[in-house]
Design a protein around this ligand. Structure first.
Ligand SMILES: C[S@@+](CC[C@H](N)C(=O)[O-])C[C@H]1O[C@@H](n2cnc3c(N)ncnc32)[C@H](O)[C@@H]1O
Length: 255
């Protein structure tokens, strides 16, 4: 690796739609666990990174040890806007994820649809909880790249655990086999875990304004998560967590 080329290489990678920038050991760990092929893994302290990997991620400590290259700490600090404190940053190809195929899939798990999410950390938190609950995928509309490095930081690399893609053509929602359910704080129907259908698309709105009238009109149902009077709404990622785990835990004794 030529040191002089690294800063521009990481700068370009942040804007490259075919590359993922993985910031931190946890992101690298999850990406490896779910099939990422690392192109480059850099650290300012190889021994310290390997000791941390053996402690926190022993299952992937070997591939980390095989790939980690040590660079000067000053250079490492310039590879990301906020240098990862765990001393690991990596580049990997993004897997191909096809939004229409996700909508057409008959996997008996919900697809999470985020309409025009504005906060990249929130997108990452939604991906992380969707991966944990074993959703069929996370789709987004709007201008943000759901694979932006800040979103990957928020998901701790769990973008590799399920399909995550931008939905270029929202009209595809009406063509697919999955019923569209809108999550809306003003929804007339209270969320009932027992009636949450696995094959649905669960749509969540943008942070400030909620779901658009077009999406609400196209939905087969408008569900609200019950809240204490006086609370206007939940944070976007928190509402995805509440609904996905209501689905995941449905039918359990006491659930
Ligand atoms: C921060 S909220 C948006 C608040 C917006 N002012 C509104 O009234 O919809 C972001 C998204 O989280 C979901 N959400 C938040 N609280 C909810 C609740 N109590 N019931 C259902 N969905 C909720 C909705 O999908 C909402 O569009």
């Amino acid at each position: 690796v030529r040191d002089g080329s690294l800063i521009p290489r990481f700068g370009r990678a942040r804007r490259d739609p075919s590359t993922a920038v993985l910031e931190g050991l946890h992101a690298v760990k999850h990406a490896l666990r779910f099939g990422a092929e690392l192109e480059l893994l850099l650290t300012p302290d190889r021994e310290a990174l390997l000791a941390l990997a053996r402690r926190l991620a022993p299952d992937v400590a070997e591939p980390i040890g095989e790939r980690a290259l040590e660079v000067d700490a000053e250079l490492f600090a310039q590879l990301a806007p906020l240098p990862p404190s765990t001393g690991a940053i990596a580049l990997a190809p993004r897997p191909r994820a096809d939004a229409p195929a996700v909508l057409a899939s008959t996997a008996p798990a919900p697809v999470v649809l985020l309409e025009d999410p504005r906060d990249l950390g929130n997108i990452g938190a939604c991906v992380r909880v969707a991966a944990a609950a074993d959703a069929a995928g996370v789709l987004t509309t709007g201008s943000h790249d759901p694979w932006h490095p800040d979103a990957l930081r928020g998901s701790a690399g769990l973008h590799y655990a399920l399909p995550v893609a931008r939905l270029e053509d929202p009209a595809a929602l009406a063509r697919g086999p999955r019923p569209l359910l809108a999550l809306d704080p003003d929804g007339a129907e209270e969320l009932d875990p027992a009636r949450l259908e696995g094959r649905s698309v669960l749509a969540f709105g943008t942070e400030r304004h909620g779901l658009s009238p077009e999406l609400l009109d196209g939905a087969q149902g408008r569900l609200s998560i019950p809240m204490r009077p006086g609370v206007s709404s939940l944070n976007l990622a928190t509402s995805v967590a509440a609904v996905m785990f209501a689905w995941r835990l449905r039918g359990r004794p006491g659930g």
